[in-house]
Design a binder for this molecule. Structure first.
Ligand code: GDP
Length: 328
C-alpha cells in the first residue's frame, strides 16, 4: 500500500450506479475512514412511500446486496407485489421488488415518527454491516426537476417513466435554496484528518450538481484545502450507462472528459480519465491522470479507487509545494 493511502479520512460525493461502484472500491481500502455524501435530488414519494434511489443503490452496493443483472435494486428479488398491483390497475411504471420494498416501508415509517433521513440511513447502513459512513447530502428536501421538450418533468418521470427520451433544456433543484447540508457532512469536510475529496464517476448534471446545489457545500469543499479529484463518467465520448452523454449533447456540451473537467471548473484539482481519453490531457485545465476506468469487476473498483487515492496523494504534495512557493 502506498503512503498516500495509509492515513487520514476521505469524503466522496456519489450518485447511484456509477458512483456506488467506485464507493465500493473506496470502502474496501478505507473502511470507516470513508464518508459518502449521496445525492437525494432523485428522492420522491410514490405509492405512499419515500424512495431514495441513490442512497439505496449505495447501501445495496456497499453491503453486497445489489442486483448486478438488473443494475439496480436488490439481488434475489421477486415481483409478487408489482404483479398484484398491476392486477389491481395500480401504477407500475416504477418497479419495486418484494425485498426492496422493505427499505422504503421502513424509511417512510421512521420519517413519519420524526427521525431524520441521515439518522435512518446511518442505522440501516449499520444493520447491513456497512463500514463507510453513508450520509444524504441534506435532511431537507431538494428535488431535481428537468425542463424538457415535453415540459417540466419531476426527475423520476423523466428518468424512469420517459426513459430519458425527452430533450433536456435545463435542470434545476427545487428546494435547494432553503436546504442545509447535513451537519455530519460539514463536520466530515472540516475534519482536520481529511486528506482528499473524491467526486465519483456519477452523472455531473443529475447526481453531483444537486449535491453542489446545497448552500455551503461548494464552499466547504473549497475550504477543506485538500486535493479534490473527480473520476470522469465519460469513456471514449460515451457514458458507460445512462444519459450523461445524451444530456451533454442536448445542453450543447461535447461529451468529453475535458468538458467534465470544465463543468467542475475550479472545484477540482485533478481528473481521472480513461486511457481512451488520454488526448484530453493536453487541453484540460486541471491535472489529468489516465487509467483503466471501466469497472466491471470488484477488482476493477478497488484498483480504480486506489488510483484515485494515490493521485490525490500526489496532488497534495504538488498543492503543498505550490502553496510554499506562493508564500515565499
Ligand atoms: P445513477 O444515479 O444511477 O444514474 O448513477 P450515477 O450518476 O452515480 O452514475 C451514472 C454515471 O456513471 C454514468 O454517466 C456512467 O457513464 C458512469 N459509469 C457507470 N459505470 C462506470 C464505470 O465503470 N466507469 C466510469 N468511469 N464511469 C461509469
Amino acid at each position: 500500500m502506498s503512503a498516500s493511502r495509509s492515513t487520514g479520512r476521505v469524503v466522496a460525493l456519489c450518485g447511484g450506479v456509477g458512483g456506488a461502484k467506485l464507493a465500493y472500491g473506496l470502502q474496501h481500502i478505507l473502511g470507516s475512514d470513508l464518508t459518502l455524501v449521496v445525492n437525494t435530488g432523485d428522492d420522491f414519494d410514490h405509492l405512499g412511500l419515500r424512495i431514495s434511489p441513490d442512497i439505496d443503490t449505495v447501501l445495496y452496493t456497499l453491503s453486497g446486496l445489489a442486483n448486478r443483472e438488473l443494475g439496480w435494486g436488490r439481488q434475489d428479488e421477486s415481483w409478487n407485489f408489482m404483479q398484484a398491483l398491476a392486477a389491481l390497475g395500480g401504477e407500475t411504471w416504477f418497479q419495486l421488488g418484494d425485498r426492496d420494498l422493505a427499505i422504503h416501508v421502513e424509511r417512510t415509517r421512521r420519517l413519519q415518527t420524526g427521525e431524520t433521513l441521515s439518522a435512518i440511513t446511518a442505522s440501516i447502513a449499520a444493520r447491513l454491516g456497512i463500514q463507510a459512513r453513508v450520509l444524504p447530502m441534506s435532511d431537507h428536501p431538494v428535488r431535481t426537476v428537468v425542463a424538457t421538450s415535453e415540459g417540466v418533468l419531476p426527475f423520476q418521470r423523466y428518468f424512469v417513466e420517459r426513459r430519458c427520451a425527452p430533450v433536456v433544456n435545463k435542470i434545476s433543484f427545487d428546494g435547494a435554496a432553503k436546504a442545509r447540508a447535513c451537519s455530519q457532512v460539514l463536520s466530515a469536510l472540516h475534519d482536520p484528518d481529511l486528506r482528499a475529496i473524491i467526486i465519483c464517476p456519477s452523472n455531473p448534471y443529475l447526481s453531483v450538481d444537486p449535491i453542489l446545489s446545497v448552500p455551503g457545500m461548494r464552499l466547504a469543499i473549497e475550504n477543506a484545502a485538500v486535493p479534490v479529484v473527480a473520476v470522469s463518467p465519460i469513456i471514449g465520448g460515451k457514458a458507460v450507462k445512462g444519459p450523461t452523454d445524451k444530456i451533454m449533447a442536448e445542453l450543447g456540451v461535447p461529451a468529453t472528459s475535458r468538458a467534465i473537467a470544465e463543468h467542475y471548473g475550479e472545484l477540482i484539482h485533478g481528473l481521472i480519465v480513461d486511457h481512451a481519453d488520454e488526448e484530453d490531457r493536453k487541453t484540460t485545465r486541471c491535472t489529468v491522470h489516465a487509467a483503466a476506468s471501466l469497472m466491471k469487476t470488484d477488482e476493477d473498483r478497488i484498483r480504480l479507487a486506489g488510483v484515485a487515492l494515490d493521485f490525490a496523494g500526489n496532488l497534495a504534495t504538488d498543492i503543498a509545494v505550490a502553496a510554499r512557493r506562493r508564500g515565499r
